[in-house]
Write a protein that binds this ligand. Sequence first.
Ligand code: ADP
Ligand code: MG
Ligand code: MG
Length: 901
Amino acid sequence: MSAYVYDLSEGNKDLKDLLGGKGANLAEMHNMGIPVPPTFTITTDACREYLTTGQEPESLAGEIDEHVTALEQAAGKTLGGGDDPLLLSVRSGAKFSMPGMMETVLNIGLNDTSVEGLAKQSGNPRFAYDSYRRLLQMFGKTVLGLEGDLFEDVMDEAKRDAGAASDTELTVDHLKEIVEKFKGIIKNETGNDFPQEPREQLLAAVRAVFNSWNSERAILYRKRENIPAELGTAVNVCTMVFGNLGDKSGTGVAFTRDPASGAQGVYGDYLQNAQGEDVVAGIRNTIPLTDLEGFDKKSYDELMNIMSTLEGHYKDLCDIEFTVQEGKLWMLQTRVGKRTAGAAFVIACQLIDEGVIDEAEALRRVDGDMLAQLMFPQFDPAATKKKIAKGMNASPGAATGHMVFNSAEAVERAAAGERVILVRRETNPDDLGGMIAAQGILTSRGGKTSHAAVVARGMGKTCVCGAEELDVDTKNGTVGLPDGRTLKAGDLVSIDGTTGEVFDGEVPVVAPPVVQYFEGELTPEQIEADDLVRAVSRIMDAADKHRALGVRANADNGPDSARARRFGATGVGLCRTEHMFLGDRRALVERLILADTPEERGSALDALLPLQRGDFVEIFEAMDGLPVTVRLLDPPLHEFLPDLTEMTARVAVADKSGEEVSEKDRTLLAAVERLHEQNPMLGLRGVRLGLSIKGLFTMQARAICEAAAERTKAGGDPKPEIMIPLVGDVHELDIMKDAIRAVQAEVSEATGVDLTQIPIGTMIELPRAALTAGDIAKSAEFFSFGTNDLTQTTWGFSRDDVEAEFFSNYLERGIFKISPFESLDTTGVGRLVQLAAKEGRETRPELHLGVCGEHGGDPASVHFFHQVGLDYVSCSPFRVPVARLEAGRAAVEEEGGSDTR
Ligand code: ADP
Ligand code: MG
Ligand code: MG
């Protein structure tokens, strides 16, 4: 076997790294007995060597030569031979498809002599000269790097002079003239004649394809799509077949199912008397593929057969390129086709029904990101929209607002109740305030790791970035549109972060049907009638059946708990109590903090108790029969007090103007000063607070117990769990636990309901807690990993301070592959989780383990938690379906089974 060049028979679909996607699949089709023009593939190894050393591997030219000879023998023609030439195409093909990014040259081997041979042999001089002008055009543009317009202009002029509506109306004489003009352009622009020697053409084209890997647009595309730069492209050298031999010939593209909706059927376009990109280039109107049946039934039937064979073989939707040369069908490309998120679900279910794949494989075919896409608010599909640009779909969702061009104005106008979209060329840390205030963010530069994209995703805010067609002038507050119009500050725009589209004006937003389904708003008949909803419902059932992980929700009130339950949560994994201390109740907390005497403190706590109890009753009712993990107060107290700077300024101003400063304000200021921390995240919070402020945690425990008793007496089945945050040492927990046990006993006694079985556990969110988990488990009856804080404390950075500052830089430089707040850093933070899980269970085998960080709703993290053997993940109610699906996928992945593609 040669080192750098592979025959079709040597390849297969699994060799994409070496042969690229196109080469690997051409080989696969050939080996299946499907007609593919004889082809050989130059490996990505050769490309990589060329790109690093600047030269082809020494043996490459010789290997190519040998393989060309083999093609010549197969065809019974010689490359560029004068009487009956063999012609070749030179096609790029990387591991991941990079549509339109790299180059292809068709009709290699034509020159002034062989064009005549081709004319004679085919009996079709028009066709021969049409092929020649295409070669000159593609060679000039791709290999010699000339402006495409130089050639296009000549074509346009010729059509105009000839009064021809399209290129097919040009006669052979026109084309001969064009050929001369094209040769002139090449001579003029490069100083050299077009190379007549076929092998020289071939090698130059191969080199051009190698080089196209590093073209500006290819580099940009890879950066945006996170495709590694070091892969390189393969090159396919393929015997030409001709769709431009007249009306019995043509070329087309097709999908085996509708890639937009997943609907079954034949989806494709066909163009008679055409070659190469003509179909997709829009130079002439294509006809629907089904029309082919009418005038070439034989080719059509064969194509249908091949399409169904391919689907059966790849067990999935395929897309294809083909050419018909005078009634003979040739396949030029196939791959498992891209599809929309919705189509992925629909197709996976169709394939189950067709017996092609099983349920487990169907779960592998979809993912949580796709499901999330189907759940984001959408622009009303029925609304009329005027699209003005398309950028990167950086952070999903749909947002409408008035354009503002700087952060300060965004903050100001949002505070005045206006919906705004922050429009920038690119964002930087100074834009953070505006990004928070805006409904969405639109930039004209930067890809998926740009500042705007990273920060918006972190905030869950809709963002379209890199909409390069827009000319953003922040100084003058205008946006130039591709059609020449200009929008200005204050104009309404709508951005779709799921598709990257930007629309003029306001587009109404609707809840997508999948969300209506999860909300329980659809009747069984409506579900049955909607292909997509039916598919989602079925896949969710499959996921639930397979998954080992439980899925709970982070919910702090009744309505959220109820929604979480509708979305399939089997409990609350994190009920944050700090939200219950805000709003009107802040005054009570203030009283608690300012209390000088046990009596004052006691009365503040007494006032808070019934309010807390009421909250819990509501949540326990919504989650009746299911566990609710309540976290006792976590954040630093200053969060409940006025801002230090503001307060200091107020008192200072009052002092200066001789105004009376109230006693209360003075004590408040003193307290704010006292509680002010350099590093609140690492300060007096969590269990430290519980140990410092007497009666606080026990009041909360009492509220929980009393609420549970009340629910029990009302016939309910409350299942609270009490969780102590930020424990670093088992003694902290021991002390709190004793105090809470006493409360449990007391309330049981008082109410006659046994509350002593309510479990008491802790969060594992400090490295020390993870490292001493074996000890902590002696006291803790369950663990819940607070992966957000655990990430912050393991890395030693606070999310709010660092995300906007340097994360996009870290991503650009590859220090992060993805933000550790988006997806768990499994090697670092994950290792602590793993260790704590293992050592905790060594102490207490029945220890229940969960996760309550946002990572609980992140697909990759869910897979990790499954592998570590946790019992459940908990995430925001809206992410619950995603977590369910991914938990099912993680289980299926572990079960193994073949990747059938
Ligand atoms: P892309 O990667 O952009 O799809 P391709 O390598 O598939 O580029 O080629 C571009 C066009 O040229 C396609 O329409 C393809 O079908 C056509 N083409 C490529 N090779 C041949 C060939 N040997 N004979 C006929 N048409 C070809
Ligand atoms: Mg192609
Ligand atoms: Mg925490």
